[in-house]
Structure formats: structure tokens, C-alpha cells
Design a protein around this ligand. Structure first.
Ligand SMILES: [Zn+2]
Length: 193
């Protein structure tokens, strides 16, 4: 049997978006937090805690590198761009599909040939899995909020999510409401009796 690299398990999606938003240069810069220290890897939520209990937490360098490689997938302006960026990540992570058997149960098992890129491989595979179930890549997005380019995955039934969080959504609504009020207040029709 030839050695085909190590098997990759998909990263939980919630952990993936958290890594991008906490460690990525673009989200940190937009939030004015470029100089702030990175959070410790075990402060990324319960998915992280569970995962790092099975294998060592990735070093900060790998978290930053992975975040910066993933952010452009969410910021893609078209499906074609998203596909191109994912193809680049598949190559960067040395990901290849293979088939693995457990008794008669034969399933797809992706592997990576790059030991230093296991986090990127796990994250990329998570996005491939996600798109297999929902190929609409417009649902992978970056927040429209002011001073925010955090990434999100739209799971809403209405399929119209545009913000990373309720906080950003509410802030944008408040801003839009104030702007509308200002516009109404300054328009001639509003001041003329
Ligand atoms: Zn946001």
C-alpha cells in the first residue's frame, strides 16, 4: 500500500468562520484591531475546545495564515471567483480525494499531502462539504456593516443574510433610519407647510 497522506476531517463551519474573523488581517483591520493581540486558540468556542482536545491546537501562525487564505473565498464577487479561490486552496492544502473502506462501507475520504497545512485542509474540506449540500456560493459572504468585513455562512430560510451578526444588522438599521429621517427633515416638501 502506498502512503497517500493523512486523512482530513472537515472543520466545523462555526469554528471556521470564527478563525477567519478573529485571525484574518482584513476583519481585524476593518474593526481597527490590527494591533490587538490574537485570542488564544482555546478561546474559539466549544467546537475548538473539543477539537483541540483530540489533537494539539494549531499554532497562531497557522491560524492567521488559514484565516487570510479563507477570507477571499467569502469575499468573492462571483461564483467563478469563489470556485477559482477554492481551487487554489485545494492545491495549497495538497488535498486529494480517495476512497476508504470500512468493511463493505466504501466512502470518499479526502487526504492531504502537506503536514503543515492540516488546518487549511480541514477548513477547505468543510467548504467543499457545505457547497455539496448548498451550491449557492452567494450565501458565503462578508458583512455589509460599517467597519466590519467579518465572514458568515447564510443558513437563514429567507436566504438574504447580509450581516455577520445581529449587532451589525441592528447598527445598520439604526443608521439607515437616521439617514432617512435626516433626508426627510431637509427635503423641501417636509419644510413647506
Ligand atoms: Zn459585521
Amino acid at each position: 500500500m502506498t502512503h497517500q497522506g493523512s486523512a482530513v476531517d472537515a472543520l466545523p463551519l462555526r469554528l471556521l468562520t470564527r478563525i477567519v474573523n478573529e485571525y484574518g488581517d482584513a476583519p481585524r483591520a476593518a474593526a481597527g484591531e490590527s494591533g490587538a493581540p490574537y485570542p488564544p486558540a482555546d478561546a474559539l468556542g466549544e467546537e475548538a475546545t473539543a477539537l483541540w482536545a483530540q489533537r494539539a491546537a494549531p499554532p497562531e501562525k497557522a491560524l492567521v495564515e488559514t484565516a487570510n487564505l479563507l477570507h477571499p473565498v467569502f469575499a468573492a464577487a462571483s461564483g467563478g471567483e469563489c470556485a477559482d479561490r477554492l481551487n487554489t486552496l485545494i492545491a495549497e492544502a495538497g488535498l486529494t480525494p480517495a476512497m476508504a473502506a470500512r468493511e463493505w462501507d466504501v466512502r470518499e475520504q479526502w487526504r492531504t499531502s502537506r503536514p503543515g497545512r492540516t488546518l487549511l485542509a480541514a477548513a477547505t474540506l468543510a467548504l467543499l462539504d457545505h457547497l455539496r449540500g448548498d451550491p449557492d456560493a452567494s450565501r458565503l459572504g462578508t458583512c455589509l456593516g460599517e467597519a466590519c468585513v467579518d465572514v458568515y455562512i447564510d443558513h437563514s430560510p429567507a436566504r438574504r443574510r447580509q450581516y455577520c451578526s445581529l449587532t451589525c444588522q441592528n447598527r445598520a438599521r439604526t443608521r439607515a433610519y437616521r439617514a432617512a429621517k435626516r433626508a426627510a427633515g431637509s427635503s423641501p416638501s417636509a419644510v413647506t407647510p
